[in-house]
Design a protein around this ligand. Structure first.
Ligand code: HEC
Length: 208
C-alpha cells in the first residue's frame, strides 16, 4: 500500500517534469547565428560604418535608401512606431527576427550575453541582466508575447539605478532612445520575443 502511495505521488511529479522539460527544450535558444539570415549582419555593419558613432541615423539613412525616400521621410515614419504596438510579428516575420538579432548582437549582447542568458562580459555583478530564457519570461511570451511595451520603454528610456559602467555612469539598463531608432528597438524586442520559437537555420532558408 505504501509503495502504491509513493508511486501515486511520483506520477504527477514525473508528468510535471516532462512538461517542464518540454517547455525548456522547446524554449531552447535559437543561437544568434541561427537567427541571422545571410547578408543581414553585413548589410547592417555596412550601414553603421557609413555614419560611425551614430547607429540611429545610420539605420534611418539605410532605411531611406532601401525605400527610395528622403532621410526626413524615414525619420517621420520611425516616429510613427510608438511604444503602443510592436509593428513586427515575431511568429511570422523571419526578416524582422533576423534583423532584431543583428541589432541585439551589435548593441545588447555585451551585457545580455550572446545567448541572451544575461552573461555578457560588461554586466556588473551587483546589477545582473535577466535571463530571457527563464521559464517565467518564455511563459509570458507564449501567453501574451511577454511585456513588449514595458520592454520597449525600458530599452528606449533606460531602467534601474544609476551605476558605473566602464564607459561612464548610466542607468543599469542604459537608455537607447538617442542611440537607436524606434524601429531598431522594436526589432530587438521582436528578437527577444522569438527566442522560444523554432527558427530554421539560416542556411536551410537560404537554399530554398
Ligand atoms: C551596459 C549593459 C546593458 C546593455 C548594453 C543593455 N542592457 Fe538591457 N539591461 C541591463 C540590465 C543590468 C538590466 C536590468 C536592470 C533593470 O531593469 O533594473 C537590463 C534590463 C533590460 C530589459 C528589461 C527586462 C525586464 O524583464 O523587464 C530589457 C527588455 C532589456 N534590458 C533589453 C535590452 C536591449 C534590447 C538592449 C540592446 C538594445 C540592452 N538591453 C542593452 C543591462 C544592459
Amino acid at each position: 500500500m505504501r509503495g502504491q502511495d509513493a508511486a501515486e505521488t511520483r506520477r504527477p511529479l514525473a508528468v510535471g517534469t516532462l512538461v517542464l522539460a518540454f517547455f525548456t527544450g522547446c524554449a531552447g535558444p535559437p543561437s544568434l547565428d541561427r537567427a541571422i539570415l545571410p547578408g543581414h549582419a553585413a548589410a547592417y555593419a555596412d550601414a553603421l560604418e557609413r555614419r560611425p558613432g551614430d547607429a540611429k541615423r545610420a539605420f534611418l539613412a539605410w532605411r531611406a535608401e532601401q525605400r527610395g525616400t528622403s532621410l526626413a521621410e524615414a525619420v517621420r515614419r520611425d516616429a510613427e512606431l510608438t511604444a503602443d504596438r510592436n509593428p513586427f510579428d515575431a511568429n511570422r516575420d523571419r526578416q524582422a527576427v533576423s534583423l532584431g538579432a543583428v541589432v541585439y548582437r551589435n548593441h545588447c549582447a555585451r551585457c545580455h550575453g550572446s545567448s541572451v542568458d544575461g552573461r555578457g562580459p560588461d554586466v556588473l555583478p551587483d546589477h545582473p541582466c535577466k535571463d530571457f530564457h527563464a521559464f517565467d519570461k518564455r511563459f509570458a511570451v507564449t501567453l501574451h508575447r511577454g511585456a513588449p511595451r514595458a520592454w520597449f520603454h525600458k530599452i528606449r528610456d533606460g531602467h534601474g539605478p544609476i551605476v558605473e559602467y566602464p564607459d561612464g555612469p548610466s542607468t543599469a539598463m542604459p537608455a537607447f532612445g538617442d542611440t537607436l531608432s524606434n524601429e531598431q528597438i522594436w526589432l530587438a524586442v521582436t528578437y527577444l520575443q522569438s527566442l522560444d520559437m523554432y527558427v530554421p537555420a539560416a542556411s536551410a532558408e537560404a537554399s530554398q
